[in-house]
Ligand binder design. Sequence first.
Ligand SMILES: C[S@@+](CC[C@H](N)C(=O)[O-])C[C@H]1O[C@@H](n2cnc3c(N)ncnc32)[C@H](O)[C@@H]1O
Length: 315
Amino acid sequence: MSESNSNSLDFRTALKQGIHLLREAHVPSDTLAAELLLLHVTRRDRTWLYAHPEELLDPQAIESYFSLLRRRAAGEPTQYLTGKQEFWGLEFEVTPDVLIPRPETEHLIEVSLDRLAVRELRAARDPKLTGEGLTIVDIGTGSGCIAIALAKELPAAKIYATDISAEALAVAERNATRLGYSNRITFLESDLLSRFSSSSYQSPGTNHQSLFFDLVISNPPYIGRKESTTLPIEVRDHEPPSALYGGEEGYEFYGQLIPQAALHLKPRGLLVLELGHNSLPAVRPLLETPEWINLLGTNDLAGIPRVLSAERTSA
Ligand SMILES: C[S@@+](CC[C@H](N)C(=O)[O-])C[C@H]1O[C@@H](n2cnc3c(N)ncnc32)[C@H](O)[C@@H]1O
């Protein structure tokens, strides 16, 4: 089946041809991918598409649609082709400089909000959080999805977001601006928390030495380089390696991140970490030390241990 013999194509036929092309290339979720690409090039929404299946596409749209289908068939993720991905009910711009936000990362937000609310209850305060008085840092912010979701949920919190990639930070800052949270989040290029340990950073109105956090949250790179050949082509050949690989084994990153978090958390501050599908046995012992209490593992919807959280002791 080819689009080339037709410069008059209606939406229904275009969709059918797109699904066929992707199915032949063994693209997962072929129907959804074809639909998203068709909607993207025609700037229509799904309701419109199903109400007007006989409408003709203009030749320019046909060309763009089949060009995107071919790129998708060759392995480029749909989200990089459309430039967007939803997370926590918000639409994020994504480019090949950032990891595509995953649904399971939303568990980090849920666990953080739950545990912050429990802290309030324990202190006999109102568990309905505004974030008043809270200082939060998201390490490895990528598209900014975690920092921005927290800014949405905690309208009075002061939020920092770091990344080692200047290109990723540019995307995160654009997302914060477009979604209306840029005045709430300070974006910093930093290797983990190093910018908070050196005199090079002075946060406005305070100084770095007094910058201790109530919440350190991170979805770090956690795939092992030795696993790279097992990854889908969409991930291995298209997502940024600095967002994927945590080291040869995958869990090495946590070994640096956890001690730094311990230094930068307030007593009773929270650490909330996303885990790789097999990271728990390597990461849990790093938190079974006197600096940490109240360890909690949370599974994702597939039953995989996905979030590990802990509280900094007061000592
Ligand atoms: C798995 S991605 C997570 C992106 C985003 N937070 C999310 O959940 O979709 C990891 C991010 O950590 C960043 N990163 C890698 N090494 C880092 C380091 N040493 N310090 C800070 N960020 C780092 C990568 O550039 C990438 O954006």
